[in-house]
Design a binder for this molecule. Sequence first.
Ligand code: NI
Length: 197
Amino acid sequence: MLRLPQAAALRENTASLTSGDMIRPILIHPDPRLKKLCDPVAEITPDLLSLADDMLTTMYDAPGVGLAAPQVGVNRRLIVVDCAKTPDAPRPLVMFNPEITWASEDLSTYEEGCLSIPDQYAEVERPAEVRARWTDRAGEVQEEQFSGLWATCVQHEIDHLNGKLFIDYLGPLKRQMITRKMEKLKRERARSAAAQA
Ligand code: NI
């Protein structure tokens, strides 16, 4: 999710941070692969660690502050997030099987975007703070409380694993308008790809 000005600066400082060297194509809504319930990760294999590295590279390159495996066409419960506010101190989180274990009653509104829905933003209301549990890349179970942009981002990315997009929180007219824009964008991209072939 979320393209932010600081993400562009982060990209400069994180180029050598991850070993993933492959920028993977990001699926654009509407795509049936973005609407599926993702399967849990039973074992953290070298292939999945390599995928996580590629996802971080892809996220920083976009630039964005979060990316979920289904957005690169992999139907597994894996997200990467980095909402660090300063480019000097990146904090890439790789979260396998992430789940929300507690959410605050307090809500907050954030103007969200999504790398699978380029250049479209809308206000979404969510719990202001959440506690999340996940398995890290070393196979250790972690639990942490998030607030602010981190809380929004973790919830947005976990939604992806359940086939849910931020536009699903909007009214039907707004959602349809954005979906039509994305269909048009995909047609234009297909045409220009065909023209180059
Ligand atoms: Ni997203």
